[in-house]
Write a new protein. Structure first.
Length: 339
């Protein structure tokens, strides 16, 4: 068996091959998608990539995107600010998969010990059937604590007619209103221009009341469109941009990413048709899922806001299925005792 690290020129080819074997894979865990996380999460922190893939006979069997963070002298393992993304090849009758799991566990535990890790963040992104990965079980067995996250998706193997039937009455009304009143644009690698991203950024700043992310992070998002890993849907009223959203994608999934709408138009259903156009576009690219991202609910130590409940309601109005994914955190017990 061969261990392929991030500095190996073949790493991303193997990672894509590994990801393509899965039913679901988060789009931003890619060679260029990680640039967004680096800019968004790591402006003020040092980090070192520890990602690895275990390969046998040129077939990637097990791999993970792992980042070693140093935050104020504390060592953490994450997936570039998100949870570590652990992937096993989901092909059938693979030789060596058990040995690959065993080798990965040995290497991960060695990292855990040798880097004197204080904190670990892990999410089973790939698994959408309620099962737990081997890495997740390993961290839980060693004292990790699990929090349930709620992933909301639409199954795009169904016909668009069947998908549309699952929309609520108010959602169908919103889509129809948008089709009648808005001019819709889809921006992809063939027609995107820098000013398109600038317009989305300007509307986002205006409606948020402040700049919530760096200009460089917007430049990374623009590059994802140029590299055919993202697309934009715009809704214009009388020539004025009133709603816009970015959607990241790969072969498995189209993710509802950055979006913004004019607050002056909130009494009108300006956002529904933007989502509908994205669903149709993702279906045309043969994605398995349209991913709305997480629904936010109240839980231990957290009370969901009215805004979050309203966003949940908006997402669920398009039908789909809500699935549970575990987010696992491990903290050094000596640190917890001193807090």
């Amino acid at each position: 068996m061969e261990v392929v690290h991030i500095n190996n020129p073949l790493f991303w080819r193997y990672w894509t091959q590994l990801s393509d074997s899965t039913e679901y894979q988060h789009p931003l865990f890619s060679e260029y998608g990680l640039d967004f996380y680096k800019e968004y999460f790591f402006n003020d922190f040092s980090y070192e990539d520890k990602s690895l893939i275990i390969v046998e006979d040129k077939v990637p069997l097990v791999g993970a995107i792992i980042c070693l963070e140093n935050r104020s002298g504390k060592q953490a393992l994450s997936g570039y600010g998100r949870g570590i993304n652990y992937v096993e090849n989901q092909g059938k009758n693979l030789n060596g998969i058990k040995a690959a799991r065993k080798l990965f566990k040995k290497m991960f535990n060695s990292m855990w010990q040798n880097f004197h890790i204080d904190y670990i963040l892990l999410r089973d992104y790939v698994l959408v059937d309620g099962s737990l990965s081997n890495l997740c079980r390993n961290v839980l067995d060693r004292g990790g604590e699990a929090k349930m996250l709620f992933l909301h998706t639409i199954d795009l193997s169904r016909s668009l007619e069947d998908v549309h039937k699952d929309f609520t009455k108010s959602c169908r009304h919103g889509v129809n209103w948008g089709l009648k009143n808005l001019t819709l644009e889809i921006k992809n690698s063939q027609n995107i221009a820098a000013h398109d991203m600038d317009n989305l950024r300007a509307l986002h700043i205006k409606e948020a009341g402040r700049e919530t992310r760096s200009k460089k992070s917007w430049d990374v998002l623009y590059s994802l469109v140029s590299r055919e890993q993202s697309f934009m849907v715009n809704g214009l009223l009388n020539g004025v941009l009133v709603s816009s959203a970015l959607f990241m994608y790969n072969k498995q999934c189209c993710l509802y990413g950055v979006s913004t709408s004019s607050r002056d138009m909130f009494k009108k259903p300006i956002g529904h048709v933007v989502i509908w156009e994205a669903i149709k576009y993702a279906k045309g690219m043969d994605c398995n899922y349209f991913d709305f991202g997480d629904l936010i609910y109240s839980g231990p130590g957290y009370q969901a806001s009215n805004k979050e409940h309203n966003i949940n309601r908006f997402k669920k109005s398009f039908g789909g299925t809500t699935k549970i994914q575990p987010l696992v955190e491990w903290k050094d017990s000596s640190i917890c005792a001193n807090q």
